[in-house]
Design a binder for this molecule. Structure first.
Ligand code: XMP
Length: 510
């Protein structure tokens, strides 16, 4: 296991993902993790992340200098490298010249384990205003740039390594090699963390833990809850009940697709309950236009419906949740402002009679969850499904939600997805969908005047959904989609493309 200690940098999850791509298991913990806890965990190596601070400020995130004397190899990255230098009595100062972006780094210590198979001059991603002016005793500088004398340093005997640049980001051309060198050659990891072994061990653990107990899962049809449900079904079969609440705000045919996989005619041996609750949701949403209010209503009604079903089932031992690793990391660390109140199953535990929560995916990243899904034989259209918000189309219909508007946005969205996929333009898209604006405008069709809705198309490229860029879809695709939507979807006479990034917009429209 490799331990990543988080000092608040923006690429922290990326470090963990890179290490796992090398088939080495890795966890991210806050920088405040105690030495005792670290000793107990006994990682084979520790990576200190970047962070926004200056090491010489009193209130900066830090760690105990003893960390470097545990005999465990350490790699400090950016802020982590400066912290290593600072805590071991080197000198860190504001750099005369800050470096930002792709920078050519010269590797001066060709024998360094960290730089095996790395070119003598290599492009690295820099982002720093402080620098290491003098390395601590026992260290040597192993790489430099014209303005940064210590682009990397090491004390090979003590197995302490540091890079001022970020090996984890793609822009560092040979960063993957450097991380691999650290993890395999310095730390001695084997690379045996693979998805088939994850499935085998997890199913065995779940079997052991749950025994003859009963479990309940709120299935949304999204990737995470689907994969969690299938893992559970492999472990305990019919002792698992999946409740799928169809709130009438799903994409076209989505409810039936979920039922086809998890229902009685599907391949999995689970109890499946589909609750068709659309009328209840539409009734509650009638006349409501304010986005946050719509979100709250949908979230609360969802819990109510789920609770009623759970009552019918009676007490269960376990509640299954599809929590994944980024949720775990995010909830444990910094708090950000509430932009939107998110709807997910996090609110359920208070309402359901159960003893314990099981979260079989809590240590996996999204792409790993998909890999597990494939390993389990879940159909591609479920495994590769793009993220879909809990409140569903409710937040893609601006203003009041009605059954008629849901139909319009479902049809437009289905056409959009079909055409984008057909043209192969979906590669690299984080999310793409249609939203129904609350705006009507004048048009002409045949010889007559129309006064109909405008559909907005959105497609974004993003890796973390915190920031996103509007994707440049091919014009032919957009015009085909536009033509089909205005011809085939009654009530629409205009199609717009959303060119806004996040920030300043958000990905969803409400
Ligand atoms: P925004 O619109 O905030 O969305 O840029 C970021 C990502 O989160 C998804 N999203 C949600 N997911 N419950 C969810 O489970 C929600 O209430 C919710 N709202 C937004 C959105 O689809 C995008 O992927």
């Amino acid at each position: 296991l490799i331990l990543v200690l988080d000092f608040g940098g923006q690429y922290n999850q990326l470090i963990a993902r890179r290490v796992r791509e090398d088939h080495v298991y890795c966890e991210v913990h806050p920088n405040t993790m105690s030495l005792d806890a670290i000793r107990e965990m006994a990682p084979k190596g520790i990576i200190l992340t970047g962070g926004p601070n200056s090491v010489y400020r009193e209130d900066s995130a830090t760690c105990s200098p003893e960390l470097f004397r545990l005999g465990i190899p350490v790699l400090g990255i950016c802020y982590g490298s400066q912290l290593m230098a600072h805590l071991l009595d080197g000198t860190v100062e504001t750099a005369p010249v800050s470096e930002y972006g792709k920078t050519e780094v010269e590797v001066t210590a060709r024998g360094s384990k960290l730089f095996q198979n790395v070119s003598a001059k290599t492009i690295c991603w820099m982002s720093h205003t402080d620098y290491i002016k003098e390395v601590p005793a026992g260290f040597t500088a192993t790489a430099k740039t014209p303005v940064c004398p210590v682009a990397a340093m090491e004390n090979a005997e003590a197995r302490l390594y540091a890079t001022q640049f970020h090996p984890e980001v793609m822009h560092t051309a040979e960063g993957k090699t450097m991380l691999k060198n650290f993890v395999y050659d310095v730390c001695g990891c084997q690379g045996d963390w693979k998805m088939d072994s994850f499935v085998k061990t997890t199913v065995a653990e779940l079997k052991e833990k749950i025994g003859t107990g009963r479990a309940l899962c709120a299935l949304s049809g999204g990737v995470d809850s689907s994969v969690a449900a299938v893992l559970l079904s492999k472990a305990i079969g019919k002792q698992l009940t999946c409740v799928f609440v169809d709130h009438g705000l799903l994409r076209k045919n989505e409810g039936d697709e979920v039922e086809a996989v998890f229902g009685p005619d599907g391949p999995y041996d689970v109890n499946f309950i589909r609750v068709n609750a659309k009328d209840r949701f539409y009734a509650k949403l009638a006349g409501v236009t304010e986005p946050e209010k719509k979100r709250k209503i949908i979230g609360e009604e969802f819990i109510r419906v789920f609770e009623e079903e759970a009552k019918k089932i009676g007490a269960v031992d376990y509640l299954v949740q599809g929590t994944i690793y980024p949720d775990v990391i995010e909830s444990g660390l910094g708090k950000s402002a509430v932009i939107k109140s998110h709807h997910n199953v996090g609110g359920l535990p208070d309402y359901v009679d159960f003893k314990e929560i099981v979260e079989p995916l809590r240590l996996l990243f999204k792409d790993e969850v998909r890999a597990v899904g494939r390993e389990l034989g879940i159909p591609d259209y479920l495994v590769n499904r793009q993220p879909f918000p809990g409140p569903g189309l409710g937040i893609r219909i601006i203003g009041e939600v009605t059954e008629e508007k849901v139909k319009i946005v479902q049809e437009a969205d289905a056409i959009y997805r079909e055409e984008v996929a057909k043209a192969g333009a979906d590669k690299g898209l984080g999310q793409y969908f249609a939203a129904l604006t609350n705006m009507r405008s004048v048009g002409v069709m045949g010889d007559g005047r129309t006064y109909d809705y405008a559909i907005a198309l959105r497609a974004v490229e993003t890796s973390d959904f915190m920031t996103a860029e509007s994707a440049q879809l091919p014009w032919e695709v957009l015009s085909t989609v536009t033509r089909r939507i205005v011809n085939e979807v009654k009530g629409v006479n205009r199609v717009l493309y959303d060119c806004t990034g996040k920030p300043p917009a958000t990905i969803e429209w409400e």
